[in-house]
Design a protein around this ligand. Structure first.
Ligand SMILES: Cc1cc2nc3c(=O)[nH]c(=O)nc-3n(C[C@H](O)[C@H](O)[C@H](O)COP(=O)(O)OP(=O)(O)OC[C@H]3O[C@@H](n4cnc5c(N)ncnc54)[C@H](O)[C@@H]3O)c2cc1C
Length: 307
């Protein structure tokens, strides 16, 4: 017989686990599918120093294991598996796990996250977490008084470069085009910051490093000439990819593919479907904001079911 659950949570990052903690404590017997990255993005990093309640810092995997344990303590049913299809046309929603198993869900909390885009260089992959980062807010602090580079020419890249410039000795911006794509105000901020140097018409050929991590980058100008810069941190700011393919023709998404929610809530364009974490947040993308929005989604979901 096909299983029907009250609350189905998709994703096991801070948003999904927090939603599981709240909905299990509300006696809603949530079922959570963890997807291909159990614990989410934080499991790919070592030091997390900005999650409240951990004055000495905590590793990403430890923090996520604690959240999981906390959800399980209240009875959340955490399962291995990836949601491969959803049908949101009518409630209960029809959900397929790993292409075979079918489940019906009275409500859905989507917490599938957003993945940072990388250039795709093998050397970039090799030094990920050892100098290569896609989050200046998360990792900038580790590069205080050092030289770093930011890849990208849009608003986010300018924002990340400005933030890093307040911590680091020097920030190179590696920009493919002869101009920045960012708004005029952001461009002005970058050009007025003395320790940001914009390298127009440069592409990264290789991230350089040794056993200690990143030590530099080899850049190729559009005219074919090469230049090497010495840096300790290499920050990507070329965009994120929200994990929303499953929902693309069923939920309202913004131009970049993030799930649109009713302002101040987690309510999506379909009644009974709630979104939490990076998948609905093009701006903040932090563990604490993801956890907070997991709480909001759980409370919205609980109120919806009580109606
Ligand atoms: C290297 C790195 C370091 C970071 N450092 C920090 C830091 O120090 N501090 C900080 O606050 N933030 C940090 N962040 C950002 C933080 O990790 C994210 O903001 C946070 O994890 C977002 O949580 P989330 O729950 O929205 O999604 P995610 O953590 O992205 O989790 C998404 C989950 O959805 C699952 N999923 C996706 N598709 C499916 C599917 N079809 N079916 C089932 N499951 C699915 C995945 O398996 C995953 O479990 C860092 C990020 C990275 C990449």
């Amino acid at each position: 017989m096909e299983e029907t659950v009250k609350v189905l949570i998709i994703g096991s990052g801070p948003a999904g686990y927090t939603a599981a903690i709240y909905t299990s404590r509300a006696n809603l017997a949530p079922v959570l599918y963890e997807g291909i990255e159990p614990g989410g993005q934080l499991t790919t990093t070592t030091d997390v120093e900005n999650f409240p309640g951990h004055p000495d810092g905590v590793t990403g995997p430890d923090l996520m294991a604690q959240m999981r344990r906390q959800a399980e303590r209240f009875g959340a049913d955490i399962r291995t598996g990836t949601i491969t299809r959803v049908d949101l046309a009518s409630r209960p929603f029809h959900v397929v796990v790993d292409g075979t198993r079918e489940i019906k869900a009275e409500t859905l909390i989507i917490a599938t996250g957003a993945s940072a885009k990388y250039l795709g260089l093998p050397s970039e992959t090799k030094f990920r977490g050892q100098g290569v980062s896609a989050c200046a807010t998360c990792d900038g602090f580790f590069y205080r008084k050092k030289e770093v580079a930011v890849v990208g020419g849009g608003d986010t890249a300018c924002e990340e470069a400005s933030y890093l410039a307040s911590l680091c000795k020097r920030v190179y911006m590696i920009v493919r085009k002869p101009h920045l794509r960012a708004s005029k105000a952001m461009q002005q901020r970058v050009f007025n910051t003395p320790n940001i140097e914009v390298l127009f018409e440069h592409n990264t050929a290789e991230v350089l490093g040794d056993e200690s991590g990143v030590t530099g980058a080899l850049l190729r100008r559009n005219d074919g000439t090469e230049v090497k810069i010495d840096i300790a941190g290499f920050f990507l700011a070329i965009g994120h990819h929200p994990n929303t393919e499953l929902f693309s023709d069923q939920l309202a998404l913004d131009a970049e593919g993030y799930i649109k929610v009713e302002p101040g809530t987690s309510k999506t364009s379909v009644e009974g479907v709630f979104a939490a974490g990076d998948v609905r947040d093009p701006h903040y993308r932090q563990a604490i904001t993801a956890a907070a929005s997991g709480c909001i989604a759980a409370l919205d979901c609980e109120r919806f079911l009580l109606r």
